[in-house]
Design a protein around this ligand. Structure first.
Ligand code: TMP
Length: 236
């Protein structure tokens, strides 16, 4: 497998085409942004940790019936994935109120939600990723009804699988963001990443934040938190 041209450079990753038209190589960077790019920085070792944690969790959910883009980890920072066209939605699942939900509804962070909440945002940096509902998604043709049903089903499956798994390593899954893609034949698969950049992970006992909120909120101990997640999940 060889990289050919760079197809895309995002805030945290680069994506390269390969000599196989159905496969890409994702390369994870240490760069971090928050607040829609307003805050910029580096989290030393983040690229390696997010690559390895994502692949670990992708394999787990795949083994439990959620199709993913994962193919093969080729080194600490780089992974072969199936080529997809990304569904332009951020799919957010929430178990406990935090972040923008806590702010919007005036809830104290840490309040348990009586029911798991599913939210969608339209992926558009210029618009600040506005929240949309199913009606907007169908009206704007961001996804079909069938695709959206599958996306919701997979998102809840990922939540159940990760919540159970993380409990074993004393981590509470507060909320997370997923992205889905379409393979050439239209099959919907889980894509992007599952990492401390895209999930809120709290220590189950102390409620200490072990995720990117430490960077977003200038709390310090950012690298240590990422290392701790890697240690609890991969034992290193
Ligand atoms: P929020 O509370 O800021 O809306 O974030 C909800 C979850 O989604 C949280 O785990 C962080 C994640 N997230 C991303 O991965 N990317 C984003 O651009 C945003 C806004 C949130």
């Amino acid at each position: 497998m060889e990289k050919t041209v760079q197809m895309y450079e995002g805030k945290a990753k680069k994506v390269f085409a390969t000599n196989d038209e159905n496969l890409c190589i994702v390369s994870y960077k240490d760069d971090a942004t928050a607040n829609n790019g307003l805050k910029k920085g580096t989290i030393l070792g983040k690229g390696v940790i997010n690559n390895r944690v994502t692949n670990h969790l992708m394999k787990l959910v795949e083994s439990k019936g959620v199709p993913t883009h994962f193919v093969e980890e080729i080194n600490d920072r780089e992974t072969v994935v199936k080529k997809v066209s990304i569904v332009p939605l951020e799919v957010i699942v929430r178990n406990i109120a935090a972040g923008s939900l806590a702010k919007r509804l005036g809830l104290e962070e840490g309040t348990k939600l009586n029911k798991t909440v599913l939210e969608y945002c339209y992926k558009d940096d210029a618009l600040g990723d506005p929240m949309v509902n199913e009606y907007h998604i169908l009206a704007m043709d961001y996804a079909s009804k069938e695709e959206l049903e599958l996306i919701a089903k997979y998102a809840f499956m990922v939540n159940d699988i990760l919540t159970d798994y993380l409990k074993e390593v004393n981590i509470e899954l507060i909320d997370f963001k997923l992205e889905f893609g379409r393979l050439a034949d239209g099959t919907i698969v889980l894509a992007d990443e599952i990492s401390p950049d895209t999930c809120r992970f709290w220590d189950s006992n102390t409620k200490e934040k072990l995720d990117k909120d430490r960077f977003r909120r200038d709390m310090g101990g950012v690298e240590d938190a990422y290392q701790e997640i890697m240690k609890r999940l991969l034992g290193e």
